[in-house]
Design a protein around this ligand. Structure first.
Ligand SMILES: Cc1cc2nc3c(=O)[nH]c(=O)nc-3n(C[C@H](O)[C@H](O)[C@H](O)COP(=O)(O)OP(=O)(O)OC[C@H]3O[C@@H](n4cnc5c(N)ncnc54)[C@H](O)[C@@H]3O)c2cc1C
Length: 439
């Protein structure tokens, strides 16, 4: 606890994802710092809960580290409080010595090609949010009465989406896939899943573990064309970055597979740039232009096009932050304008809100450390009210917020609702989440 005479530094973090918690963890080392972590959802942990694939439970396990931080005496979680709607950034800046924007990048980057507004085109933030019980997307009525889907992008999100669509109920047994999504996915007549990338296998962003998983599916064969894979000598292979080399080894084995080996096929197609989504109101296909990659890794269209039949298109091509009134925003980069995390005195950004949507969970760790160090060095207690002032404002407005203890009740109810190997059955409705805090 702080020395009784030491003034308190009040810090507010907007967003309880990895970036928010890593910043909090590093601020809490100082006894005189009080940290309030706000989230618009009644649940903490950002994309760990609503983004990371439901069958990747070991990755989701990182929440235990954040929980340790959350249970510290000087840190408070305030859920179900939407900054920009329930309270403004200006109000928070009036109450806290420092405010950290850690709101992530929850909006899909749009695929700007003709036909992108047809029914059946759904961005990955929405699609992933839907199968992960995110309250913003749980109500989407997705029609998976389809036989072919085009997943655009060569990153791990595209691979996650393809894998979740390909796996059998048995393969998803140890997952927290939303039950309503499981019903739709597992009753879908889907046969062909296409992962389409503009560049080649050497430029792909997915990681070997995720690529390897595509080769181990029970009911789905991973396919790629040998013609898309570079022919490299042993020395050239040895000279590749390890992850790229491992990817290539997996892809070479997929090139030996045959489409009739399994009920479903996962086609990984490189050098294919989407140019138009086809169909009247609904998607019936996608037109792509063949590309090549030049010596500067630039993707160049060859003018030759081809079409793939599909009834759904899922662009997994990146995300953007949503601007907050009072914080300068870089529209092009889809993130908050900042200088190595500092926006201006008293205002900071961390995680995807700072860097844009790149990097893994662990990439947010040094970010959190750096931001905390900057705040501890640059900000001084100024007699602002901090939590007491925010509590008064919440009471005045009659807002119903969620504490960390409330969240633990939600978590217990979700775990209790699960059976077998399922770790939890998540609530997807804000009303049900709030109701669970009353038990
Ligand atoms: C689909 C997907 C799968 C991924 N899988 C992996 C993986 O397997 N392994 C891995 O290492 N990385 C993975 N990542 C990357 C990882 O999730 C990110 O690096 C990380 O979540 C970014 O942390 P963040 O805190 O910046 O943002 P987020 O995790 O998005 O957290 C932001 C938080 O801010 C809250 N918020 C937003 N707006 C407001 C507001 N106005 N008021 C209050 N709160 C607000 C949100 O509710 C959210 O809780 C994945 C990413 C995606 C999109």
């Amino acid at each position: 606890m702080a020395d009784k005479n030491q003034a308190l530094l009040h810090v507010c973090i907007i967003g309880s994802g990895p970036a928010g918690y890593y910043a909090a963890e590093n601020l809490a080392v100082e006894d005189h710092v009080r940290v309030d972590i706000i989230d618009k959802l009644p649940t903490p942990y950002g994309l760990i809960r609503g983004g990371v694939a439901p069958d990747h439970q070991s990755i989701k396990g990182v929440f235990r580290r954040y929980e340790k931080t959350a249970l510290g005496n000087t840190i408070h979680f305030i859920g179900n409080l939407d900054v920009g709607k329930d309270v403004t950034l200006a109000e928070l800046r009036g109450l806290y010595d420092a405010v950290v924007v850690a709101v992530g990048a929850p909006k899909d980057r749009k695929l700007w090609i003709p036909g992108n507004d047809k029914s059946g085109v759904i961005g990955s933030a929405a699609f992933v949010g839907w199968y992960n019980s995110h309250p913003d997307f749980a109500d989407l009525k997705l029609d998976l009465d389809i036989t072919s889907v085009a997943v655009i992008g060569n990153g791990n999100v595209a691979v996650d989406v393809a894998r979740v669509l390909a796996k059998t109920p048995a393969e998803m047994a140890v997952s927290d896939l939303a039950p309503y999504a499981a019903e739709v996915i597992h009753n879908s007549p889907l046969k062909d899943i296409w992962i389409l990338g503009r560049r080649g296998p050497l430029e792909a962003k997915f990681t070997p573990k995720e690529v390897g998983e595509m080769g181990q599916l029970e009911n789905c064969v991973a396919l790629t064309s040998g013609a898309d894979l570079p022919e490299l000598t042993e020395d050239q292979m040895a000279g590749l970055n390890l992850a790229v080399r491992k990817n290539l080894i997996h892809l070479q084995s997929f090139a030996m597979n045959k489409p009739d080996q399994s009920k479903k096929a996962l086609h990984i197609k490189f050098y294919a740039m989407p140019v138009e989504i086809l169909g009247d109101d609904r998607v019936t296909g996608i037109r792509l232009e063949k590309t090549r990659v030049d010596e500067n890794a630039k993707c160049i269209g060859t003018g030759e096009t081809f079409e793939i039949e599909c009834q759904m298109v899922i662009p997994c091509i990146g995300y953007q932050s949503i601007p907050l009134d009072g914080a300068p925003f870089d529209d092009r980069g889809g993130k908050f304008v900042n200088d190595e995390g500092k926006i201006e005195n008293g205002l900071y950004a961390t995680g995807w809100a700072r860097r844009g949507p790149t990097g893994t969970i662990g990439t947010n760790r040094p970010d959190g450390h750096e931001i905390a160090a900057k705040i501890l060095k640059g900000e001084k207690p100024s007699g602002k009210e901090g939590r007491a002032g925010l509590d008064a404002l919440i009471k005045d407005r009659g807002l119903e917020v969620v504490t960390f203890q409330d969240w633990k009740k939600i978590e217990a109810a979700e775990e209790q609702a699960a059976s077998g190997d399922i770790p939890r059955v998540k609530f997807h409705d804000i009303k049900d989440l709030i109701k669970a805090t009353k038990t």
